[in-house]
Write a protein that binds this ligand. Structure first.
Ligand SMILES: *Cc1c(COP(=O)(O)O)cnc(C)c1O
Length: 283
């Protein structure tokens, strides 16, 4: 599956290949079954359970759990339940779609210390919404979008934390740069001074085959380690892992996990609406 990535040499070298020290399974079998959080107490309980899973995964590989930032994903969660999440302590939430963020931001303006991340593919005509409402953008995957964001940010006199999205699964339908394109992309990004490069982001293959999932995370970490030395020392963060696979991501170095359903409950809309997938069926 990596034949076209050019990192093949690296992966073919037996010494670099992952040595299975952990049999951590995915949680994808719970997809569609996460119970819906209806109260502040439900959310507190779910947040505590997710934090416990984060800590256990970190400890398995000798990492400090505090190195991992939990970013709750509130797409399709209505404003009343977002207020509950705020009461439960959440101050930084993520949305996939800028239009949905714009609507929620306006309705929740009174929560002045609530910050937002946009984690979904962006079209240039929606860039102004990210500039207006988001503190962070995790799905940068084109120079055109970088240019439009930078121009608008300059006009506003502000900067934006960004993550470059990488397609680590090799699925042609997934968003994100091809791993081999990232070095050149980062060099060109230097022209956009209001974009503060923080790290890389990916979505792993959606599969209960935990080794295939793990390979996606290993690839992202390897890319970051290589590019941090060769291109940009500021490349530090690894945003990878969601409800069904964040433990594996943490074992492979995730510094940000984006978790929706394990906190808020299962969504009605199939995920294919947010990111195209060729890997059906999804179990
Ligand atoms: C929805 C979403 C997530 C979280 O997925 P869950 O299964 O709800 O944890 C993570 N990343 C992106 C890009 C998303 O759109």
């Amino acid at each position: 599956m990596y034949a076209h990535f050019g990192l093949r040499d690296w992966l073919m070298n037996k010494e670099n290949r992952y040595q299975p020290t952990s049999m951590t399974p995915t949680q994808h079998h719970r997809h569609g079954l996460w119970p819906r959080a209806e109260t502040v107490e439900d959310l507190q309980r779910n947040l505590a359970a997710v934090r416990e899973r984060i800590a256990a995964a970190a400890r398995r590989v000798g990492r400090d759990p505090n190195e991992v930032r939990l970013l709750p994903v509130s797409k399709e969660v209505d404003e009343a339940r977002i207020r509950m999440a705020y009461e439960a302590g959440c101050r930084f939430l993520a949305e996939n779609r800028p239009q949905e963020l714009a609507r929620k931001y306006e309705a929740l303006r009174d929560l002045t210390d609530l910050k937002w991340s946009v984690i979904g593919h962006l079209q240039t005509n929606k860039a102004k919404l990210v500039v207006r409402y988001a503190a962070e953008f995790q799905a940068l995957d084109s120079l055109r979008v970088a240019e439009v964001l930078d121009r608008r940010l300059q006009a506003e006199g502000r900067a934006l934390d960004v993550y470059v999205q990488v397609n680590t699964s090799g699925e042609p339908s997934k968003y994100g740069l091809h791993p081999e394109e990232v070095a050149t992309f980062l060099r060109k990004m230097r022209a956009f001074s209001s974009l503060r490069l923080r790290g890389l982001m990916t979505l792993a293959v959606f599969s209960t085959d935990s080794e295939r999932v793990r390979q996606c995370f290993i690839l992202l970490r390897t890319l970051r380690d290589t590019l941090r030395q060769e291109v940009d020392a500021g490349l530090t963060e690894l945003s990878m892992g969601m409800s069904g696979d964040f433990e594996i991501a943490i074992e492979e170095g995730a510094t940000v996990v984006r978790v929706g359903q394990a906190i808020f409950g299962s969504r009605k809309t199939p995920d294919a609406r947010y990111w195209p997938s060729s890997d059906q069926p999804r179990r």
